[in-house]
Each structure stands twice: as C-alpha cells, then as structure tokens.
Design a protein around this ligand. Structure first.
Ligand SMILES: NC(=O)c1ccc[n+]([C@@H]2O[C@H](COP(=O)([O-])OP(=O)(O)OC[C@H]3O[C@@H](n4cnc5c(N)ncnc54)[C@H](O)[C@@H]3O)[C@@H](O)[C@H]2O)c1
Length: 389
C-alpha cells in the first residue's frame, strides 16, 4: 500500500524532510506540495510533483491521503483544523501550537479522530532515546525521583536569532521552539504529567543587550550579515559561523542581524518542574554554548542513568553494587535516526490504525509545560500546569 502525501510548508524542515525522508521511501508517494511563498517549488516541479501556493487547494485534492505540515508554529492550528475537515492522516511539525487556547481547540477537534495524528517530536523515535526509555521502563534504576536535563546549543546565533524564531509574536519562546524536544523526552522517560513549573531566564548575548555589550548601544538601523561591513570580524555573522563552526544549512539562510532590538526571546533559561509521580526535574538551556549536546540524568532508588546525544552512550550506575553498564547506540539518518523511524511508525499506524508514540496527548502536555514555564519566568512565580483532556 502506497500512502499519497501532500507537503504543506517547504522551508528548511519541510523541503528537507520531503526530499530526504518522504520521497525516497518505498511506501510513500508525494503527489502535491504547497508553500505560501512558492519556496523551493523548483525542487519538486522538476520531479513532476504538482505545486500550489494555497494549502486549501492541496487539502481539497482527493488524491492526497496524508499531509506533512511544516509551516511556522503559529499556523499549525489553523492548517490542522482544515486538514481534519478533509479527513487526512496528519503529521504536524512540533510544537502543536503557540497558545493554550489553540491547544485546547485542537484537543476538542481531534477527539476520536479516525485518522492518524502524529506530532513531529522526532527524538522519541531515535534509537538512543528509545533505548533509554526501554531501560528506565525495565526498572534498571528503580523508581525515579529526580531528573536533570541540559541543552547546550552552539548554533543559537545561526538557527534562532536571524529569522522569525527571534520574536515572541511569531515563536512565543525558544522554550517552545527548542527545549520542547528535550522536555518531551523528559516527560516521556519520567512517564507522568508535569504539575508545576518555576523558572528563570534572560536575554544577554543576542538582541539589544548583546548590542549594548558589543557596540556600547542599540543598533540604529536594521542590518543584514551579507551586506554588513562588520561581517568579517563579527563572531555571529553567517560568514564566520560558516568558517569557524561549519554551519551552512542553506544558501539563502536568513541574515537579519542577531543584535537587533526587535529580538525579545530569551537566550538562556533554567526550570524546576514537579511531576504527578513525585519526580522533580531541573532543566536548563543555553543558546550561546561552546558545543552542541543534549544531556539527561535520572536518579532512581537502585541507581543512576546518564546519557547524551554527542557520545550516543547510555551509562547506568548501580547504587548498591559498584557496577557500571554502558550501552553504545549506533544510529543513522536525520535526528539520530528519528526521522526514518517516525515515518515507519506513521505508516504502521495508517495501516493498522494504531496510536503513534508522539501523539496529541503527549504533544499537548509538553506544549502546556513550555507555555507554563515561560509564564513562570515572566511573572516570577510557580505556575500550575493544567491537566490534558
Ligand atoms: N522536528 C524537528 O526537529 C524540526 C526541525 C526544524 C523545524 N521544525 C518545525 O518545522 C516548522 C517549520 O520550520 P522551518 O525551520 O522549516 O521554518 P521556515 O521558515 O524555514 O519554513 C516555513 C515555510 O512555511 C511557509 N509558510 C508560511 N506560512 C504558510 C502558510 N500559511 N501556508 C503554506 N506555507 C506557509 C513559508 O513560506 C516557509 O517556506 C516549524 O514548526 C518548526 O518548529 C521541526
């Protein structure tokens, strides 16, 4: 059985996922693509795939059975609601949406939805995280009461502060954009709903505080890396990030200056989270890290479990015996092998009518957590997380 797909949003994620994961897959045929700006149309038109700038035209196409939605976060709700009307199987990129109201609206609209609905929390499908889940669920470290997660982001200046991710109006926060992956993994491994969150955060290296620190005052006019006279010395210019860190994902990568005053998302944050099963979590993210790594640590009644996605190793230390177990994970492909595994599960769910691992309940839970966390930081208080419905 071949599943006929339509792609909505052909930016960085949509075009790459379509070209590298969906189109090469033997059980999938991409029959139509959409992008409001016609982004990357030529890459699909040359393969004979129909294009449209209106996603409604794609959804009205009866040939399209499943859609992959990779538009900016604040458009997910509207497009998912429209796809539901046309009874499509849906993969919606993370996060579910950018407000609690929209999350609630989607929960209502997707209740008892007869088709598959999967949210792109792709790490749940990567072998490293799946093995950590299996080990913890097996009771290898006993009952967990404490956990810790750290996101070291060394490409914050490249990926988040040049484009729409940098304003709360478009992105809400980088907790929602980036931390959401690690927090979803933590929710999954802790295996309970978060109930309370407290946090601290700030913007110091990018945006106006960064400009004040670097130039002694805010920028007087908008700047773009490619025409900026300082691009040769600025450590955040696209030129230097390419030269020194090898980051060069796309020739037309947005190049708005990362020191502009419109930037209002935070570049470092720390959270404390309480879970229904008594687990307490500390989590932090830094967008000006020296290296890229996700680290996780769990403390249980029988021992500790640590892993990170740089060494791809899970280390289990027994608390009572001086015993250490190490598991090395081999992975291939996008997102630590998660892209490919996610599609395999989606196809299985379409064929067998099963519920995907990254589903409405789990994605609504992590979205409520990150929205609550930003509120906790902004209002300087502990925020209660609403339970899913
Ligand atoms: N799962 C992951 O690991 C992962 C990785 C990267 C991005 N994402 C998610 O993918 C989504 C897209 O991110 P991106 O980095 O590709 O952004 P992007 O800005 O590169 O691309 C977004 C594309 O959507 C198009 N678009 C905007 N509004 C539209 C609309 N109403 N209808 C049709 N097209 C529209 C734009 O023209 C653009 O080409 C985001 O939700 C992001 O969080 C997920």
């Amino acid at each position: 059985m071949t599943i006929k797909f339509g792609i909505i949003g052909l930016g960085n994620r949509g075009s790459k996922f379509a070209l590298h994961t969906l189109i090469p897959h033997g059980d999938i045929e991409v029959v139509m693509v959409n992008d409001a700006r016609g982004n990357h149309f030529e890459l699909f038109a040359e393969k004979g795939i129909a294009t449209t700038t209106d996603y409604r035209v794609l959804l009205e196409n009866p040939e399209v059975e499943a859609v992959f939605i990779a538009t900016p976060d604040d458009t997910h709700g509207e497009i998912v609601l429209e796809a539901i009307k046309h009874q499509k199987h849906i993969i919606c990129e993370k996060p579910l949406e950018i407000s609690e109201e929209k999350v609630r609206e989607l929960e209502v609209a997707l209740k008892d939805y007869p088709k598959v609905f999967l949210v792109g929390y792709v790490l749940r499908y990567a072998p490293l995280y799946a093995k950590a889940k299996e080990l913890i669920a097996s009771g290898i470290i006993g009952e967990i009461f404490l956990a810790n997660g750290i996101d070291h982001i060394d490409y914050g200046g490249y990926a988040f502060f040049h484009d729409w991710h940098r304003t709360q109006a478009k992105a809400h926060s980088l907790l929602l954009q980036k931390s959401t992956h690690s927090l979803d993994i933590l929710n999954w491994l802790i295996d309970a709903e978060p109930t309370q969150v407290a946090g601290l955060g700030g913007l110091e290296v990018f945006g106006e505080p960064g400009a004040v620190r670097k130039f002694g005052g805010p920028l007087m006019e908008p700047l773009n890396c490619r025409s900026c006279p300082l691009q040769y010395e600025c450590e955040e210019s696209l030129l230097n990030v390419k030269l020194h860190k090898g980051k060069d994902w796309q020739a037309d990568w947005p190049d708005n200056c990362v020191f502009e005053s419109e930037i209002d998302v935070q570049d470092h944050q720390a959270l404390l989270v309480n879970y229904r099963n008594k687990v307490k979590l500390t989590y932090s993210i830094c967008h000006f890290s020296a290296y890229y790594r996700r680290e996780f640590q769990f403390f249980g009644t029988k021992g500790e479990l640590y892993f990170d996605d740089e060494r791809n190793k899970i280390i289990v230390d027994d608390r009572l015996k001086a015993e250490k177990l190490e598991y090395t994970i081999i992975d291939n492909g996008g997102h630590g092998g998660g892209d490919e595994e996610m599609i395999l599960e989606f196809i299985r769910c379409v064929k067998e009518g099963c519920q995907p691992r990254s589903n409405l309940t789990s994605s609504a839970s992590v979205t409520r957590l990150v929205l609550g966390a930003q509120k906790a930081i902004d209002d300087n208080r502990i925020v209660a997380i609403e339970s899913g419905r």
